[in-house]
Design a protein around this ligand. Structure first.
Ligand code: LM2
Ligand code: CA
Length: 452
């Protein structure tokens, strides 16, 4: 399911948006590994244009690993350090385009020069598609895949030379030990081109998850891309938002019409949707956002990625303190800036829950027709979610073995006794949750990203 399971650690991923390589490395050791995440998705590692906006990361200048987030040596150290903590790195691969034509020429974060149709030593005019206008009609397949996305120079991914060059970049990352790739802007690249690029990799079976923003009525859909990887299921995040915003009693139907569970990457939000009002929740939703994460991690659908970025008021603004060539290290003690969602006890508890209930399906679903739901995961787990403004008290019927369980959601580790009929009684606070699981006493080991 999704990225390869790491024995005893499941496959849950964490997206550390705009975290520097050295801060990711430190966090893997101190927090991410011990919390039971299997993967970290990082921001694009290649050289890009200078500037303080976060989105400079998405304007490649060269494939040297010299970015605002760190050097090649720092990247390598992050991969090694995370791997030692049991965590694989998923790199964000920006291969549809290079820099914006509107920006003209300049010098990248690693000192490489660039211009329109001109990336010395890498690409020239023959490397780009013939269409030089911007995409305006998402109903036109040719335009979406061959013209410029917001003026970004569109690579001729149909050509062998460009495919070889992109594969060389991805192979370089594989040689450093990355475990998989988030494929940026896949909708803008024909699926066959992506398959041809993937076949050139040193490990053609490496995990890929495509970013294809599915939209009803458009000709290009996420399901087209399953030949070379999984696809992110944006509709899941939109559905999650509407349930959490209204009533969650019907949330069991959240996956109706979506990609098959074993091919869908899911998230509550990502770096685009959290700031662009693309119909998802974001950290500004407070406790409801946490509950959305609790549901995603509790419910057996898709391959989940928890999102952890920084607080913003301006859609374009990079991490506070950024310069044209460097982003300051992330720090969870700096709560004014970093959301550090992955440090919330509710989320860490639910990562443990998901790992503990792996392989089970939903049992004993109950809901009150409004905002109070509860369900089991076979004889391994049971979760209660209260998306209402008042505390709820109830005796729940589980499929758990009798015994004492520690609530994985509450920071204080409240204990509950499940009786010989599988019942327990609890009070769950407003916008609160509770999760009981049969948790293995020793955390699993295992190395992520070993070629499967
Ligand atoms: C993606 N997936 O398909 C990324 O997830 C998304 O974050 C990227 O857009 C986009 N595709 C290209 O990789 C971001 C950002 C844009 C930004 C681009 C390029 O959302 O705002 O565009 O990165 O940096 C910016 C300006 C835009 C300008 C463009 C080119 O906002 O006005 O277009 O640069 O200079 C003239
Ligand atoms: Ca394209």
């Amino acid at each position: 399911l999704g990225a390869p399971e790491v024995p005893g650690r499941g496959s849950t991923a964490l997206n550390l948006f705009q975290w520097t390589w050295s801060s990711v490395a430190a966090e893997c050791t101190s927090t991410i590994g011990p919390a039971g995440f299997a993967y970290v998705q990082v921001s694009p590692p290649q050289e890009h244009i200078q500037g303080t906006a976060w989105w400079t990361s998405y304007q490649p200048v060269s494939y040297r690993l010299e970015s605002k987030l760190g050097t090649r040596a720092e990247f390598k150290n992050m991969v090694d350090t995370c791997r030692a903590a049991g965590v694989g790195i998923i790199a964000d691969a920006v291969i549809n385009h290079m820099t914006g034509a509107d920006a003209g020429s300049g010098t990248g974060t690693g000192g490489s020069t660039f211009g329109v149709d001109n990336f010395p030593g890498i690409y020239d005019a023959s490397s780009f598609n013939d269409c030089r206008s911007n995409i305006s009609n998402y109903g036109d397949r040719y335009q979406v895949q061959n013209c410029r996305l917001v003026s970004l120079q569109d690579l001729r991914t149909g050509s062998n030379a460009v495919r070889d060059r992109i594969a060389a970049y991805l192979n370089d990352l594989l040689s450093l030990g990355v475990a998989g790739f988030r494929m940026d802007a896949s909708k803008h690249i024909p699926a066959a081109d992506l398959e041809a690029i993937k076949s050139r990799l040193s490990n053609p079976n490496v995990f890929w998850v495509h970013e294809v923003i599915g939209s009803a009525g458009e000709p290009i859909q996420p399901s087209e891309y399953l030949g070379s990887g999984d696809s992110h299921e944006f509709q899941y995040a939109r559905n999650l938002k509407s349930y959490m915003d209204g009533s969650i009693a019907g949330i069991r139907g959240i996956t109706n019409g979506l990609l098959p569970s074993d091919r869908a990457g899911v998230f509550v939000d990502n770096h685009d949707t959290e700031r662009d009002g693309h119909g998802t929740m974001n950290y500004q939703w407070g406790q409801k956002y946490i509950l959305g994460n609790v549901f995603m991690l509790a419910y057996p659908y898709g391959w989940p990625t928890v999102y952890s970025g920084y607080k913003f008021t301006d859609r374009d603004a990079g991490v506070p303190g950024s310069t044209a060539t460097r982003v300051p290290d992330a720090s969870c003690s700096n709560t004014a800036v970093w959301t550090c969602m992955h440090r919330k006890p509710e989320i860490q508890g639910m990562v443990k829950f998901r790992n503990a209930v792996s392989g089970t399906s939903v049992t004993s679903w109950w809901d009150d027709g409004n905002n109070h739901i509860a369900f089991g995961r076979g004889d391994k787990g049971y979760v209660v979610i209260n998306n209402g403004a008042n505390a709820v008290t109830r005796t729940y019927q589980t499929s758990l073995p009798a015994g004492e369980y520690t609530d994985l959601v509450s920071a204080t580790g409240t204990r509950y006794t499940v009786d010989s009929s599988g019942r327990f009684t609890a009070t769950v606070p407003q916008y609160g949750a509770l999760a009981l699981a049969v948790v293995a006493s020793t955390p699993g080991g295992g190395e992520p990203g070993d070629p499967g």
